[in-house]
Design a protein around this ligand. Structure first.
Ligand code: C2E
Ligand code: MG
Ligand code: MG
Ligand code: MG
Length: 274
């Protein structure tokens, strides 16, 4: 009987695996169609100066507008795109679209774009970025690329060389989700970062956890002492904003200031008509 029961559990498990595999299959098929049918949409979320409240930058955040599922978040489809070998194509799309959109904003407002570690592997990130700038006419100083530590853990000299070249063109380089990985201090010194973004998990727990406050304070001090802009993501309350500002964090992003929205819904003071 125990054997039978085990076999039953196995079969139930296999059935569930089948469903998961089918679901994944369906998503992959849908995603290929999404790229063809233009279902990917770039949304924009403001980063504001915590002293003045002025918008200094918009981060481009990709959305998949699925015909029946509605908006699918990037945490679901970016890994699919990476696995299917479509991330370069999608990365190019976001870069071009966001750079063109940013040319409609006042010149003091920058645009930041997330870059997948895989885009550093396949070789033409630098020329893709330079092409997006020259096609759109956006000047390099108005573009920031957000990378995570996963990029720096890629083997070989390539990521470092690409990052240095991008920086040499005047493009800003942000270290995203800071504090969640190894947060090695040598990364901060060995790469020409211009900004660190403190991960939202620390901001979320700011009110309740003295440890989160301690990490936030330490990261702000560290970043400032080596000349980096320090930004925080996931700010939802005034208490969080006030703490960050008082500790010397320069920029903030979060629902308190604005959610990600399609370009057509943005209210950018001084935005030109497309
Ligand atoms: P990220 O770059 O760290 O982006 C910040 C995420 O925090 C966004 O999630 C944003 O919507 C969310 N967020 C901002 N403020 C708040 C807040 O106050 N509360 C809460 N709960 N969340 C907030 P989103 O848009 O779902 O993106 C998730 C991740 O997907 C991004 O994290 C980024 O790593 C990746 N991603 C997004 N767009 C792209 C893209 O075009 N290319 C690549 N390679 N990755 C992308
Ligand atoms: Mg980001
Ligand atoms: Mg982040
Ligand atoms: Mg993130």
């Amino acid at each position: 009987a125990a054997k039978d029961e085990q076999r039953g559990i196995c079969r139930a498990f296999e059935a569930r695996m089948d469903i998961a595999a089918q679901e994944k299959n369906r998503l992959e098929k849908d995603f290929r169609a999404a790229v063809r049918n233009d279902e990917l949409e770039v949304h924009y979320q403001p980063l504001v100066n915590l002293e003045t409240g002025d918008v200094e930058c918009y981060e481009a955040l990709l959305r998949w507008n699925h015909p029946t599922r509605g908006l699918v978040p990037p945490d679901v489809f970016v890994p699919i795109a990476e696995e299917m070998g479509l991330i370069d194509q999608i990365g190019r799309l976001v870069l071009y679209q966001a750079c063109v959109e940013a040319t409609l904003w006042p010149e003091h407002i920058k645009v930041s774009i997330n870059v997948s570690p895989l885009q550093f592997r396949n070789g033409n990130l630098l020329s893709t970025v330079i092409n997006a700038l020259s096609t759109s006419g956006l000047c390099a100083e108005r573009l920031e690329l957000e990378i995570t530590e996963a990029v720096l853990m890629e083997k070989g000299p390539r990521p470092a060389a690409i990052i240095r070249n991008l920086r040499a063109f005047g493009i800003g380089i942000s270290l995203d989700d800071f504090g969640t990985g190894y947060s090695s201090l040598s990364y901060l010194l060995n790469y020409p970062f211009t900004k660190i973004k403190i991960d939202k998990s620390f901001i979320l727990n700011l009110d309740s956890e003295a440890n989160s406050r301690a990490v936030i304070r330490a990261v702000i001090g560290l970043g400032r002492s080596i000349g980096l802009t320090v930004a925080a993501e996931g700010i939802e309350s005034e208490v969080q904003r006030d703490y960050l500002r008082e500790e010397g964090c320069l920029q903030g992003q979060g629902y308190l200031f604005g959610k990600p929205e399609p370009a057509s819904a943005l209210i950018v003071p001084g935005r030109r008509a497309a």
